[in-house]
Write a protein that binds this ligand. Sequence first.
Ligand SMILES: NC(=O)c1ccc[n+]([C@@H]2O[C@H](COP(=O)([O-])OP(=O)(O)OC[C@H]3O[C@@H](n4cnc5c(N)ncnc54)[C@H](O)[C@@H]3O)[C@@H](O)[C@H]2O)c1
Length: 435
Amino acid sequence: MNVVMIGSGYVGLVSGACFAEFGAKVTCLDVDEAKIESLKAGKIPIYEPGLDELVERNVAAGRLQFTTEYDPVVASADLVFIAVGTPTRRGDGHADLVYVYEAAKQIARHLSGYTVIVDKSTVPVGTARQVERLIGEENSGADFDVASNPEFLREGSAIGDFMRPDRVVLGVESERAEALLRELYRPINLIEAPIHVTNLESAELVKYASNAFLAVKISFINEIANLCEQVGADVHAVAKGMGLDGRIGKKFLHAGPGYGGSCFPKDTTALIRIAQENAASCRIVEAAVEVNAAQKARMVKKIREVLGGSESGKKIAVLGLTFKPETDDMRDSPSLAIIPNLIDKGAVVHAHDPQGVAEARKLLPQQVSYCDDVFAAVKGADLVVLMTEWNEYRGLDLVRIKQLMQGDAFVDLRNVYEPAQMRELGFRYVCVGRE
Ligand SMILES: NC(=O)c1ccc[n+]([C@@H]2O[C@H](COP(=O)([O-])OP(=O)(O)OC[C@H]3O[C@@H](n4cnc5c(N)ncnc54)[C@H](O)[C@@H]3O)[C@@H](O)[C@H]2O)c1
């Protein structure tokens, strides 16, 4: 089976490499020449555990290749996936579909023989039909179907998520297209992962509804954490007690600085826009977005309070910059909302992150100093902020850190450490929902 992935970012590259591992012949295409050059040279442009070996193995086996050209790979494809970005459109919160539509037009010009065009990008309801219309207009003789196959992989565990998903969602309205997609996903079916077939609109909405639900869960526990601080409860105990109820489940009940990343912020605002455009209410998601913004602001306030009301001239060591561990993705990371605030108020920020520094340099104020190791970052610090729960921050040499610091404040935004132990070590320890 010949597969082309349009867009070779986190989703396109991982999906393409995994389909190749399943035995398909895959071409990953991208308009970013530097990205494709780097992939051709064997360098993976993103950090994702296991991706380098997977790509190397499949390139060597002749099942995976890279290109910037739609010609000739689209003409010989059975399936062409659109996996380009759908960022928030400036000004109105809507998902920006320019890349999707541009890809659709390019695909249309190069189609030859029956082809299934599959939306893998997260796109508003109605986009697949719009893609269908565009391709028909651009190439009236084309023999094709359009399908929707939203992706649920998580950065940091993307390969495992792709190979062993909870479900595969297929929005598909032709038997021929469904048969091809089922054949492509056959190895996943062999491990009995459910393949859930719906119409196009339902498949598109499954993705937004899933991400919005998870965002709501996070904002919910963050509000409960804030209440815990007021009433002397411990959010760990509360979340555990809730999560033991099978109807609730224990996942996504971790209090913290608010969600970030490349999906939840943009997908929640896009869902709100979709609801508005269709005269439907989406108040729970609207509240989750508001609570999330407030949570980030609350973290800045927490840091300020520990510093006695002013960040001015204080040295703050920030551990972790990416929106979560095991990725170099900085898109909408809480650190981007928190660090500039501290710098504006005169703080001196020294930061460490195992993988995110190259991206962070592009997005954070230039006053941030980046350190090669944790000890360099905390040396002389008045306060340490644990921002992202990378594994290497879970077992820190706290005695050494305390000795190297000038002050004694430790703000743990991920609740990694135990308050009593941290106090025993001499820290003024502050976390989220566990005062
Ligand atoms: N990152 C995730 O964890 C994740 C998970 C599930 C779904 N998604 C969704 O998948 C989509 C892609 O996300 P991503 O994180 O991989 O984005 P990304 O920014 O990492 O990659 C998108 C790529 O598309 C390329 N591109 C843009 N226009 C193109 C065109 N016309 N032809 C060829 N290539 C083009 C860009 O150069 C870029 O390399 C988004 O809709 C996102 O919401 C992302």
